[in-house]
Design a protein around this ligand. Sequence first.
Ligand SMILES: C[S@@+](CC[C@H](N)C(=O)[O-])C[C@H]1O[C@@H](n2cnc3c(N)ncnc32)[C@H](O)[C@@H]1O
Length: 162
Amino acid sequence: MLRTVAPEAPLTGRINREFGKRAARFIAEQGVKQFIDLGSGIPTTPPSVHEAVRSVEPSARVVYVDHDPVVVAHSGALRSVEPGLITILADVREPGVILDHPDLKALINFDEPVGVTFFSVLDVVEDSYDPVGIAGRFAERMAPGSYLGISHTFPRPATRTR
Ligand SMILES: C[S@@+](CC[C@H](N)C(=O)[O-])C[C@H]1O[C@@H](n2cnc3c(N)ncnc32)[C@H](O)[C@@H]1O
């Protein structure tokens, strides 16, 4: 179905993953040691964000966030076996819930720079939920020296089916 309406999807998906890898690595190279990856997805082709940033900073801490219980089950099983990695079930449309999540607050120190990444997730958040405002809510909590990484895989259509 997706290939029918968007035949370019496999290519743009791969390009998005490559961008995410480079962006996460770049942020780590600036000295950032803690990351929140929103709309993290099922770990498929490595590297995931933690693998990209730990190739620069092995002690980097990463919180993965997704609203899909299947994604969180897979991610939790594959990623959360290592210290400094957790996956939480939450919706990016509720930034306050995420920012105040006790597991996230146990791993992320908002007094220090943090890399917050939205790779191919804000493009599926409807305008009525104010995706720019969502990114802004995270940016407000981020200390100086923090980085926001955003990618959009598809042009945003007028309506979405999910
Ligand atoms: C296209 S995938 C991108 C996965 C990964 N970030 C990447 O770049 O490969 C979008 C992911 O965002 C998640 N997602 C969509 N809407 C979300 C929302 N409102 N809150 C949290 N996650 C969401 C989906 O479950 C899916 O795992």
